[in-house]
Design a protein around this ligand. Structure first.
Ligand code: CA
Ligand code: CA
Length: 481
């Protein structure tokens, strides 16, 4: 009898530790590899935003899990988008709507994703740009470069003489708006190469605790300076203009849309004969960022954490390259709100035991604001009551699951937003102007349907799903509803 008991005890230990060995955490919790790519629109092979985009690594990642084809950012600018993603608090609740506002002034007590995970037994580390030009040292256990520096950028090669290709149009022009093929190797270039190196080193190690590891790839954010190897993939005489560009596209817009569209950048770039050169620079920068992601994914694949790590990749917002006569970001059109979002979940994860199915595409309207609750649910952590985006776990489980939500993108003035549904998008400006698009037949939003009588009811339905309370700009958490 005693022998049987000892055997059963042995069996229990083997089984328990055998299962435990699949996961790093004492509680069997999965690791999280959280990859952001800055300013990457849908010019990704698997999203088909530009026929020449070269992103084999992103495409492979997407094919290995769930690709969200109708994902949108919380705001079309770095700071409000990243703040919302990392806190789970939408701009209309935080009052943080633009790049000039300071996250810690508005949200002094907000707990960011990495701190939330480390409070629940994780080791949280990051590298590169995750927040808007600062690290927020208090939120991380480790960082590269050192978190105390509050500078998320490692050594990066920059040409001595600048601008290189796009002359300055005036004091209004962002100094980084420029592009150049650099005669350096990836290693000499540094920047994201160093970020991906540090992240890879962490992925190749065994860790005592499960990890939350954030990899912030900075390209294709301007300046579009990358090693020449990436420019050579896109010969200038073969460059295709954006498929979404259409002359006279602004004619059917309300006055707020007409004001939001044309900016001095695009006019300046065309005047200087640099449109194709700029597209080449963006494509080269995307190819470079894809290669850096590839290094990270290879390290994950070749290391001890391959089978127990959730991988999520996202970009903070899209980007215009001439569509609606606009350059850059800050608009509510789909070209600017739609982002790559791909999630791969291994089997055995507490919130999704079967894991994700390779090759899944999901066209439900989702928002990056949901990442907080999605990751905590997957890892089996308690829900953070401060985070408001609905968890994507039902869609990770079944891409066709019922999804009653719309996806909100907040512009830089309270009351202005883009609302993305499954088939339609509504843009509402604070002055009452509106636009409506049927994205199934008009993905580039050329035909504004807001004035057509037959869509009146649809617009009312969509409008009823938008928030009615908007914290004033600079408002604090206390003003949240
Ligand atoms: Ca950005
Ligand atoms: Ca139009």
């Amino acid at each position: 009898m005693r022998k049987v008991f000892v055997f059963l005890k042995f069996l229990f230990v083997v089984l328990f530790h055998g299962v435990g060995a699949c996961f790093s955490g004492q509680a069997g919790q999965p690791n999280v590899l959280f990859i952001s790519v800055d300013d990457l629109n849908d010019w990704v092979g698997c999203l088909e935003g530009h026929s020449q985009a070269l992103t084999p690594n992103l495409d492979r990642l997407a094919a290995s899990g769930v690709l969200f084809t109708n994902a949108h950012c919380p705001a079309p600018a770095c700071n409000p988008s990243r703040t919302a993603i990392m806190t789970g608090i939408a701009p209309n609740r935080s009052g943080l709507y633009d790049n000039r506002q300071k996250m810690r002034e508005l949200l002094p007590g907000a707990e960011l994703l990495p701190r939330y995970f480390s409070r629940h037994g994780y080791w949280s580390a990051g590298s590169g740009k995750i927040l808007h030009y600062f690290i927020d040292a208090q939120s991380w256990d480790d960082y590269f470069p050192a978190k105390e520096s509050e500078n998320p950028f490692p050594r990066t090669f920059y040409p001595k003489q600048r601008p290189v290709n796009l002359p300055r149009g005036g004091p209004w022009q962002y100094v980084e708006t420029d592009w150049a093929s650099l005669d350096v190797s990836d290693e000499e270039y540094g920047g994201d190469w160093l970020v991906s190196k540090w992240i890879s080193e962490q992925l190749l190690k065994n860790h005592e605790k499960p990890f939350f590891l954030a990899c912030g790839i900075y390209r294709p954010h301007e300046p579009w300076f990358v090693p020449k190897n990436y420019f050579e993939k896109f010969p200038l005489d073969e460059i295709q203009l954006p498929a979404g560009y259409r002359e006279n596209d602004l004619e059917d817009l309300p006055s707020a849309g007409k004001r939001r569209g044309p900016n001095r950048y695009f006019a300046h770039i065309r005047k200087e004969g640099q449109w194709k050169q700029a597209i080449q620079g963006y494509l080269a920068s995307i190819a470079f960022s894809d290669a850096m992601v590839g290094r990270v994914l290879a390290a994950l694949n070749n290391g001890p954490n391959r089978d127990n790590t959730i991988v999520v990749l996202w970009s903070d917002h899209g980007w215009h390259l001439g569509e609606k006569e606009h350059w850059q970001k800050f608009t509510a059109w789909r070209v600017c709100t739609r982002v790559p979002l791909m999630i791969r979940v291994p089997r055995g994860v507490p919130g999704l035991v079967e894991g994700t199915q390779a090759g899944t595409r999901c066209d439900a309207p989702v928002n990056l604001l949901s990442l907080f609750s999605t990751l905590t649910e997957l890892a089996g952590l308690p829900m953070n009551p401060a985070s408001s985006g609905p968890s994507l776990v039902p869609l990770l489980n079944d891409a066709t699951a019922s999804w009653p939500h719309v996806s909100l993108t907040y512009l830089n003035e309270p009351g202005s937003y883009g609302l993305s549904g499954k088939n339609h998008r509504l843009i509402h400006y604070a002055n009452g102007d509106e636009e409506l698009y049927d994205i199934k037949v008009d993905p580039f939003e050329w035909n504004n349907l807001a004035q057509s009588a037959e869509h009146k009811e649809l617009m009312e339905t969509l409008r009823s799903q938008a928030p009615v309370v908007f914290a004033p700009k600079g408002g604090s958490e206390k003003r949240q509803r």
